[in-house]
Design a protein around this ligand. Structure first.
Ligand code: TGC
Ligand code: FAD
Length: 394
């Protein structure tokens, strides 16, 4: 016998009661991060975004909260589940994609390769200080002429006795000007290798990319490496192929699949609230059928994104998640979040273009999220290959 259907209307801001998918510990962590975002991020983010700055002092705060490398075990990292990491990304990105980006790059792109492919000495030296937010890392994979096709990278490293000499340049590097350490992927005689490069090494320079109209509360840089000499002890010994950087991307893309649901949720909630307050033609604009349709489409996208993220999280924790499934989440949740943000922007009318409301900022940020960590097209082709067995990148 089936149970009765409850006639109680759902919570407009959690229509499918996705809250019930998470256990008490996960909800506690989620609430802690949500509270942090409410108190520390939301009152300031419009100014940071307008000024084009990332508040670097947040690194230590987020380190104290256990948010940096949080899903890694040992070495001062919190060792949470993948689902808990996802929930944290969601709440951070409900604040701003730039704040989530900082955490993604630090944990998934700078700490993860050391944790996964580093020597014991490298892990001991770097991970505890990075987890505490005392040392900031960046991840140098993309180059001016190698974006979607990083395997075509020109940055190279050659052996010189027991040292390596690295030459090349990296483009669009998040945290580049903030970082004390850079993970630099370079071509060598042995394949593609990762190097832990302290950013005060002679020959290393970071130049901030200005005039961004997206992800403005995040530092993005071009790196140049001119005869940068590092000892072999700085090379990650555990990998010598594109598997190295691509493994890091799996971690970060997973976090994005969750994060963008937070940005979409923030836009939907702003639009819903606004639609009930703003009156035109003597009625709240939320009373018009055309507005209600938009609100429903947005609500469905947010809830569906949450279900996908949750499913990926449980698979990650079970050890059954594949990169193709991560592509599903990164691509579909990001494009839907962008659509939600654009729709919300319209509902807010003229107010939608100001930074008084979070919507335009999220919308502009999501344009970056759509492109980085594999564009919409690249994830389509990853899934297309999984469906057909045919590689269509080139
Ligand atoms: P392919 O020839 O197929 O494989 C090369 C080697 O890599 C292995 N592999 C993977 N390993 C782990 N995870 C994956 N997802 C993997 N995919 C492939 C593969 O088994 C092989 O290993 P081995 O040991 O046998 O050599 O790879 P490819 O070079 O042809 O690459 C294909 C493609 C196009 C999918 C890949 O290049 C790609 O994903 N391109 C997009 C580039 C991208 O996403 N860049 C992101 C830069 S970082 C960034 O944007 C940070 S934003 C900041 C933030 O996150 O907030
Ligand atoms: P391109 O690869 O030149 O692509 C241009 C267009 O062509 C896209 O629409 C793309 O989908 C399409 N295209 C390319 N190949 C194909 C194909 N085979 N089939 C169909 N269409 C195709 N990188 C890092 O290494 N570290 C970072 O920390 C980092 N942070 C970033 C921060 C920001 C703000 C931004 C904007 C980027 C960041 N990136 C970082 C780089 C990011 O990963 C790249 O921008 C992204 O991978 C795309 O590369 P591209 O910009 O060179 O575009």
């Amino acid at each position: 016998m089936t149970a009765d259907i409850s006639l109680t209307p759902p919570d407009p801001k959690d229509f499918l009661d996705t809250d019930s998918l998470f256990d008490e510990e996960e909800r506690l962590l989620r609430d802690t991060v949500r509270d942090f975002v409410r108190k520390e991020i939301l009152p300031n983010i419009a100014d940071w975004w307008e000024q084009g700055v990332f508040p670097v002092e947040l690194a230590k705060t987020m380190g104290d909260m256990g948010l940096l490398g949080m899903h890694l075990e040992g070495y001062g990292c919190a060792g949470t589940s993948g689902t808990a990491y996802g929930l944290a990304c969601l709440e951070l990105e409900a604040g701003d994609s730039g704040i989530r980006s900082f955490v993604s790059v630090q944990g998934s792109l700078a700490m993860f390769p050391i944790w996964k492919f580093g020597s014991e000495e490298q892990k001991q030296e770097w991970l505890p200080r990075m987890a505490a937010g005392e040392v900031i890392g960046c991840f140098g994979l993309t180059e001016p002429d190698s974006g979607s096709d990083p395997a075509s990278m020109r940055t190279h490293a050659r052996r010189d006795g027991s040292d390596w000499i690295i030459n090349g340049s990296k483009m669009w590097i998040t945290n580049g000007n903030l970082a004390q350490v850079a993970i630099i992927w370079a071509r060598t005689d042995e394949g593609i290798n990762g190097f832990i490069v302290p950013t005060d090494t002679p020959g290393f320079e970071a130049h901030e990319i200005k005039h961004k109209a997206s992800l403005r509360a995040s530092v993005t840089s071009e790196l140049s490496l001119d005869d940068v000499r590092v000892p072999d002890a700085y090379r990650l010994p555990g990998v010598s192929s594109m598997r190295g950087p691509l493994s890091c991307l799996n971690e970060a893309r997973y976090g994005i699949a969750w994060g963008v649901v937070g940005a979409a949720r923030a836009c939907f909630e702003a639009a819903l609230d606004y639609s009930l307050e703003r009156q035109q033609f003597g009625k709240p604009i939320g009373s018009f059928q055309l507005t209600q349709r938009k609100l429903v489409e947005m609500m469905i996208a947010v809830n569906r994104g949450m279900l996908v993220a949750h499913h990926l999280g449980r698979r990650k924790d079970a050890g059954t998640l594949t990169p193709h499934q991560i592509s599903f989440g990164k691509m579909d949740n990001t494009r839907n979040a962008l659509e939600v943000a654009r729709t919300a922007r319209g509902i807010l009318g003229g107010n939608g273009i100001t930074l008084e409301y979070p919507v335009f900022r999220h919308m502009a940020n999501l344009e970056t999220v759509y492109t980085y960590e594999g564009t919409n097209e690249i994830h389509t082709l990853i899934m297309g290959q999984a469906l057909t067995g045919i590689e269509a990148f080139s």
